[in-house]
Design a protein around this ligand. Structure first.
Ligand code: HEM
Ligand code: HEM
Length: 194
């Protein structure tokens, strides 16, 4: 299997980055909902679930950086036949997915009030205790509370609870529509080499 994309298929690097990211989104959601629904406050399980959420999210940030670089270096395979509207919607959807892969980890990190214990291997300092926040706080005369509240709201209540779900659901439904109804190669470009 070639590493790079061809005009017919995504290459193995794009495929790995895509499916690993999809699995990590699932894991980020599963860990945070597990925390809310199945654990009590201030228990070890509650803390572990939070730390796993943070760790999965940080991993997504690293992967999306590699993915954007790889995407710039590699043309995507040609689109399957379709109307201008369909092609435009697919492009817009993919851009929006790239945007949430960046915005979710950034808002999550900036708004988190604890250090990230990355898979319990090493610590990543919370933003409040960094030199960058000290600079922001003195330059703009803003407290951490005032700084993080809108980011936290965006992360949890607007994007996390709604927009990300809608985008992913729309994306998956589009893939299934192509595969089972239009019966074209859209899904196979991301799964096979044939
Ligand atoms: C793409 C990655 C991410 C996704 C999809 C995501 C999604 C979510 C969702 C759905 C929630 C729960 C909203 C609710 O209260 O119902 C949440 C909460 C939270 N996220 Fe993220 N997040 C991501 C990355 C991150 C990162 C990188 C951090 C920090 C390093 C982070 C920190 C938090 C924190 C502190 C909470 C509150 C936890 C809680 O109330 O239990 N997230 N996130
Ligand atoms: C079961 C879940 C998923 C399925 C079945 C799926 C399927 C696909 C397929 C078939 C393509 C190729 C579309 C084309 O070339 O026109 C694609 C591309 C893409 N997917 Fe997914 N996907 C899933 C989950 C996700 C998730 C969770 C994200 C990100 C949050 C995501 C982000 C993307 C992006 C950004 C592209 C465009 C890649 C590029 O050309 O640069 N996908 N996906």
């Amino acid at each position: 299997m070639g590493l790079k994309n061809t005009s017919n298929n995504y290459g193995s690097i794009a495929k790995w980055l895509h499916w690993l990211t999809a699995a990590l989104f699932f894991a980020a959601y599963a860990s945070v909902y597990f925390r809310h629904w199945f654990t009590e406050r201030d228990t070890p399980a509650n803390w572990t679930a939070l730390q796993l959420h943070l760790s999965f999210g940080v991993t997504i940030a690293v992967l999306v950086t590699l993915r954007i670089i790889w995407r710039i270096m590699n043309q995507a395979p040609a689109q399957e036949p379709g109307s201008k509207l369909e092609h435009g919607a697919a492009h817009a959807g993919h851009y929006a997915l790239y945007a949430i892969m960046v915005i979710m980890p950034v808002t999550g990190y900036l708004g988190t009030k604890v250090d990230t214990e990355y898979f319990f291997l090493f610590d990543i300092a919370m933003f409040e205790s960094t030199a960058m926040f000290a600079w922001i706080s003195t330059t703009f005369n803003i407290s951490y509370q005032a700084f993080e509240a809108p980011l936290d709201y965006l992360h949890k209540n607007i994007l996390g609870a709604w927009l990300v779900w809608i985008l992913i659901l729309g994306h998956v439904l589009a893939a299934l529509y192509h595969h089972f109804i239009k019966q074209d190669r859209t899904l196979r470009k991301m799964t096979t080499n044939k």
